[in-house]
Design a protein around this ligand. Structure first.
Ligand SMILES: Nc1ncnc2c1ncn2[C@@H]1O[C@H](COP(=O)(O)OP(=O)(O)OP(=O)(O)O)[C@@H](O)[C@H]1O
Ligand SMILES: [Mg+2]
Length: 395
């Protein structure tokens, strides 16, 4: 799939932008702070209804405006879809597809498939487990949109249950009886989420390992993925092998229920839910060591890149051609990794690349260049792009 047109209103620093796009690579070039990342952030928002930079929607709305609008014409095979999102921080967002409002905005998830790689992705290797859980769940929902509801319901049940545990600490008794009801929801939804994550990790691992070998070279250590769970049946973080049998959602629910029962008194003491997918982690390892705390800076970068290229390959293997978004990454890659990434970007149905300095982007991707400056995004003809007008480095 590819975006044929992107329009933003009051999104980040953009008052209004209207941009026709083509399949193949497009480079957005311009000085620091002109709004290149903001443009591709909007593309990411179409796919995940979230930003890769901030947790909430508030910062996405232009200062002084009350709502932002992202509107895109999406080409999928020979069909065209018009997607419109109204971002209303603090209130419900509104989404329309082909002018028909969606009853629930989250029904959009899974429609626009894109994979975004940005410097922020280093937190996937070095950051907290929450970053990796969000990564897994976003990919999960992109592949299986139905799971957006499961994830949502799980979060809601978790909140309610935590609130109840807090009161149970003060006044054991009544609250504990109600807790049993919430336990039922927790283990049911938790089992589904766990099963889906395990399937995903098993599916992603071979693609990620292959991408790492391509990025880091064939003689580099082998990259692997594992799932470390608060529910022992769901995994202890050891790398998943191909073809290993996975427990079912039902089996995982039973195992989660057992753990919940075992930890009941700890949970009451601490006033929060201590077991379940919200406490788990994706373990990324290199050779025999976990990446977090061990991998070098360069290795961490390669792992983050391989994780994203693994997503790209997985979505593609599912039968969807995702849009590849590369935000400000070429400048920080060495020649080999640059070449590996350029080859993938070249082969994508559409890739959107941002850079402050055009020379940092491999020549094979510089077909369509859009200059971002002064609140405008203007396509340059290829010769003007090559003339060096936009090449000076801005500190
Ligand atoms: N909600 C907002 N309202 C107005 N301006 C905003 C908002 N959010 C961000 N900005 C502005 O957008 C600019 C940053 O844009 P962006 O991150 O897209 O830059 P960039 O072109 O990617 O730069 P770089 O080359 O440094 O990565 C900043 O100047 C910031 O102040
Ligand atoms: Mg940027």
């Amino acid at each position: 799939m590819y975006l044929r047109h992107l329009q933003l209103g009051s999104f980040r620093n953009w008052d209004r932008v209207d941009l026709a796009l083509q399949p193949g690579p497009t480079v957005f070039v311009g000085r620091n702070g002109e709004g290149k990342t903001n443009l591709v952030e909007a593309v990411g928002y179409l796919a995940t209804m979230g930003s890769h930079r901030v947790a909430g929607d508030g910062p996405l709305v232009r200062q002084g405006a009350s709502q932002a609008v992202v509107r895109a014409a999406l080409r999928r095979e020979d069909r065209e879809l018009l997607v419109e999102i109204e971002i209303n921080p603090g209130k419900a967002n509104r989404v329309r597809v082909n002018r028909a409002p969606l009853p629930r905005p989250r029904e959009l998830l899974g429609l626009v498939k894109s994979v975004l790689f940005a410097p922020e992705d280093l937190v996937l290797i070095r950051g907290d487990p929450a970053e990796r859980r969000r990564f897994l769940d976003d990919l999960l929902v992109s592949r299986t949109p139905r799971l957006a509801g499961v994830r949502n319901d799980y979060d809601r049940v978790l909140k309610q249950r935590n609130a109840l545990l807090k009161t149970a600490r003060m006044a054991r008794g009544d609250a504990l009886a109600t807790l049993d009801v919430w336990d039922g929801h927790l283990v049911d939804l938790g089992g589904q989420l766990l099963a889906a994550r395990l399937r995903l990790v098993a599916d992603l691992a071979p693609h990620m390992a292959r991408a790492y070998a391509e990025v880091a070279g064939a003689d580099a250590a082998v990259a692997a993925l594992g799932y470390a769970s608060t529910v022992p049946l769901a995994g202890d973080g050891t790398p998943v092998g191909e073809g290993t049998g996975l427990p079912t959602a039902g089996e995982l629910s039973v195992a989660l229920r057992e753990r919940v029962a075992e930890r009941r008194s700890d949970e009451v003491d601490r006033g929060m839910t201590l077991v379940g997918p919200h406490r788990d982690d994706l373990v990324i390892s290199l050779g025999s060591l976990p990446a977090k705390g061990f991998a070098s800076h360069g290795e961490s970068w390669s792992l983050a890149l391989a994780l994203k290229l693994g997503c790209f390959a997985l979505l593609r293997a599912d039968g969807d051609e995702p849009i590849l978004v590369l935000d400000d990454v070429f400048a920080t890659l060495d020649a080999d990794r640059r070449a590996a990434l350029a080859a993938v970007a070249r082969g994508a149905e559409q890739s959107l690349v941002t850079a402050a300095v055009l020379d940092d982007v491999p020549a094979e991707l510089r077909g369509t260049v859009v200059q971002v400056a002064g609140g405008q995004a203007v396509p340059l003809d290829p010769q003007a792009a090559e003339d060096g007008a936009v090449r000076e480095e801005v500190p």
